[in-house]
Design a binder for this molecule. Structure first.
Ligand SMILES: [Zn+2]
Ligand SMILES: [Zn+2]
Ligand SMILES: [Zn+2]
Length: 266
């Protein structure tokens, strides 16, 4: 492999950055929910990681179709799921269009438990006898350890999230820790912290200021960022507590809020 191919660019695009209810929230007239700043319109969390030849979608939230139209996402090679909460899987059926475009079943990577839960909700998608053009069909990839895709080494880490566990994913390019995505978690346990130490970009659950039983607070997320010496931290899975502009004035250098449509290269 040439030096050039070892340093290929990886494009990260935030499709959604909002908490499970989304922002604006139904029936809420708070200043954030009424804000006209597009960065305060937070659809449910999903993310695209794209190498020059492979496009990976993480999670399939209820707004997936709208997110794909808005960001111009036209092709998906593989889907990773973090966990089976409704705000991360209820757009799963919209993968039908991406199956159509790629003319085949969609490889879906997740923990065995998450795949079993999603198969319970969308049984037809997992039935190999049901591979009808125009419908979603899945190639299941239960993963518990590192795997490679698009020239990247990807390692899932189990993170606590109340009664659920989620997967956080670390992406490495030729041994370099380029990106870690750890949404929906109450903590990052020691093995995962060790693994992501010195990562270039950490995108992490930063729900709100007050403690929450299943999510990290902004303060807890920043403390983890410092502990693992992440070069840059983005907070995601954000509530309607503060506007983007207001929150950004409070964050130290090297920490930013994610927002829908944010795109950068690592
Ligand atoms: Zn969530
Ligand atoms: Zn509100
Ligand atoms: Zn969740």
């Amino acid at each position: 492999m040439s030096t050039t191919s070892l340093s290929f660019p990886v494009q990260i695009t935030v499709m959604g950055s909002g908490t499970s209810q989304g922002v604006p929230m139904i029936g809420c007239d708070c200043p954030v929910c009424r804000s006209t700043d597009p960065r305060d319109h937070r659809t449910r969390c999903s993310l695209v990681v794209a190498t020059p030849d492979t496009t990976i979608l993480i999670d399939t939230p209820p707004e997936l179709r709208l997110q794909a139209l808005r960001t111009g996402l036209k092709h998906v090679d593989a889907v990773f799921l973090t966990h089976a909460h409704a705000d991360h899987i209820m757009g799963f059926d919209d993968l039908r269009r991406f199956c159509d475009i790629k003319k085949g079943a969609m490889p879906v990577y997740a923990s065995p438990v998450t795949l079993a839960s999603v198969a319970n909700v969308f049984p037809y998608a997992f039935d190999p006898k049901n591979r009808i053009p125009g419908y979603v069909s899945v190639d299941s990839h239960p993963v518990t350890d590192s795997f490679t895709l698009g020239g990247l080494t990807i390692t899932p880490y189990t993170l606590p999230h109340g009664r659920f566990n989620t997967y956080g994913y670390l992406f490495q390019r030729a041994g370099e820790k380029i990106f870690a995505y750890m949404n929906d978690c109450k903590d990052i346990p020691a093995p995962a912290r060790e693994a992501i130490r010195d990562v270039n970009v950490l995108m992490i659950d930063g729900l709100r200021d007050e403690a929450h039983p299943t999510h990290l607070t902004v303060g807890e997320a920043m403390a983890i960022g410092r502990d693992v010496r992440a070069k840059h931290v983005y907070l995601t899975h954000i509530t309607h507590q503060k506007t983007h502009a207001q929150r950004e004035t409070e964050l130290p250098k090297g920490v930013q809020l994610a927002y829908d449509g944010l795109s950068f290269t690592v």
